[in-house]
Design a protein around this ligand. Sequence first.
Ligand code: 4NP
Length: 176
Amino acid sequence: MTTTPPEPPAPSSLAMARPTGILFVCLGNICRSPAAEGVFLHLIGLQGLEDAFTVDSAGTGDWHVGRSADARMRSAASRRGIDLPSRARQISTADLSRFDHVLTMDRQNLKAVRGLAVQGEATAQIGPLTRYCRRYSIEEVPDPYYGGEEGFDRVLDLLEDACGGLLETLRADRAS
Ligand code: 4NP
C-alpha cells in the first residue's frame, strides 16, 4: 500500500516554530536589563509561551561580566515573585544578528548599540523598550544603581508595563 507523504507545514506554522529572540540591553547588565529579562520570562511563563521566545540580556560595558544581578534588584523583583537568573555579559556584534529584537533602556545604550550595528551585519530591530509602555509616558528606564531602594521598584513598575506591551505586540506579530 502506498502512503501519501504529509503536506509540508504551512508558512504560518513554520513561522510559529522558530522562537522570537529578545535581547534586553543596559549599561552594566546587573540592574535594568536582567530585571527586564526576568519580568519578560515571568510573563511568558504565566501565559505558557516559554517555547515561543528566546530571552537574554547584556550590557554595553564589561565591568560586571559574570556577576549575578544586583542584590537590591533581585530583592525588589523577588518581592513581586520574579526571579532574575541572568549572569552579566557584554553585548557583541553577533547578538545583533542572533536576536530579532534588541531593546535598550536609555539613550546612551541605544547609541552604543546602534554604533555596534554599523560595524556588522545587524538584522535585529533595535529600539528603546519604553516604546512599548502603555501606562507610563517615559523615554528611558532610569539607572537605579547609585540611588535608593525606591529606584529599583520604579524600574520594575516601568518594566512590567513595557514588557506587557512588548509581549502583546509580539504575540500579535507571531499570530499574523
Ligand atoms: P544597569 O545599572 O546598567 O542597569 O546594570 C548599572 C550598573 C552598574 C553601573 C552602572 C549602571 N556601574 O557604573 O558600575
